[in-house]
Design a protein around this ligand. Structure first.
Ligand code: MG
Length: 186
């Protein structure tokens, strides 16, 4: 039987994932700006602060943290030329038919339902905000995985806002809304 006495603490994993984003030039606010663009047409009262809070809540999810850790690690190793061929070239060149970056990010978007999945698909095509910057291949950095992961985080935070808004509209108490958020943790 597996014992978890030496497991890595959740707080350490979350801190590492947030540090990875920051080191690779992705702030919480830059992701929140995408969320704002995605949800503002459906919610006139939406503020950037709410979007920042939603991104923060999504970053508390282990599935997301793990996707960040795996994706950024592969980007950095490709940047340093440390992967084996042919994976090194596939990742470094962001080869068009290499779809594992999207698969990991899409997997991390599944926990937030269909709005998250469709928003992720839209962001993958439209390259909104910082995603476009990450997708630009002449930066000298490799963001093959990170651009999709950022899309996934933004899509999750957008879906979370859409569902919360409905709960608020339906007169659900703050306590119940928060409880649902906590229970949705995975
Ligand atoms: Mg990519």
């Amino acid at each position: 039987m597996t014992t978890y006495s030496n497991h890595i603490k959740s707080q350490e994993v979350e801190k590492a994932a947030r540090d990875y984003l920051e080191k690779r030039g992705v702030s919480v606010t830059s992701i929140a700006e995408i969320v704002y663009q995605m949800q503002k047409p459906y919610n006139e009262m939406l503020t950037l602060e709410e979007c920042i809070d939603s991104v923060d809540r999504v970053l508390e999810k282990r599935e997301i943290q793990h996707a960040i850790l795996v994706g950024v690690e592969l980007d950095v190793l490709a940047e340093q030329g440390k992967l084996s061929e042919p994976l090194q070239s596939l990742v470094a060149q962001d080869e068009g038919l290499f779809g594992v970056d999207e698969t990991i990010a899409l997997g991390a978007a599944l926990g937030y339902g269909s709005i998250s999945v469709t928003t992720f698909g839209h962001l993958d095509k439209a390259k909104v905000g910082i995603i476009e910057k990450l997708d630009t291949k002449n930066s000298g950095q490799c963001h093959t995985f990170l651009d999709d992961i950022v899309g996934s985080i933004a899509a999750n935070a957008s879906s979370r806002i859409a569902h919360r808004e409905r709960d608020i509209e339906d007169g659900m108490s703050k306590r119940d809304i928060e409880r649902r958020d906590i229970e949705a943790r995975f």
